[in-house]
Design a protein around this ligand. Structure first.
Ligand code: HEC
Length: 128
């Protein structure tokens, strides 16, 4: 006779053990949701720096579609600006720090999404 309960326990245990390997380093789709919720107000829904709050800001929120500018920035720099805020990287304090609101994983994800916006497209350096 089949015993469903022990099978379920085994499955749950397997999931638990495999959990750390199922996530991936950066998830741009998850990043897009975060971006829409937290960043689009200033940076615009498409990342062009034209969000509804942007009109009166000086400097303007960065245009993330500007690949000529954005592609020169390292992941480490983007993680710092987004996590610690603009002021921590010598930029405007209008760019908020997100590390108390977003997890490290969420910040990785939002960087992955920001990378998808650049025109011309972003290509990671060979050593990453
Ligand atoms: C209150 C408005 C505001 C919000 C909300 C905001 N930003 Fe910004 N952001 C700015 C401004 C203004 C700048 C430009 C700073 C400067 O040029 O000195 C900026 C700059 C940046 C830069 C460019 C850094 C560089 O080196 O040029 C990145 C990347 C960035 N923001 C990402 C984000 C992400 C991701 C979010 C959401 C988690 C976000 N921002 C939310 C206002 C905002």
């Amino acid at each position: 006779m089949l015993q469903p309960l022990p099978c379920l326990y085994a499955l749950a245990l397997a999931c638990l053990l495999l959990w750390p390997w199922t996530g991936h380093a950066q998830d741009a789709a998850a990043g897009q949701e975060i971006y829409t919720q937290y960043c689009a107000l200033c940076h615009g829904p498409e990342g062009k720096g034209d969000g509804s709050l942007s009109a009166n800001l000086d400097p303007k929120p960065r245009n993330h579609t500007d690949g000529a500018y954005m592609n020169a920035l390292s992941d480490a720099h983007l993680l710092k600006v987004i996590g610690d805020g603009g002021a921590a990287a010598g930029l405007s304090p209008i760019m908020p720090a997100w590390k108390d609101i977003l997890s490290a994983q969420q910040i990785q994800d939002v960087v992955a999404f920001v990378r998808t916006l650049a025109v011309p497209p972003y290509t990671p350096p060979a050593d990453e």
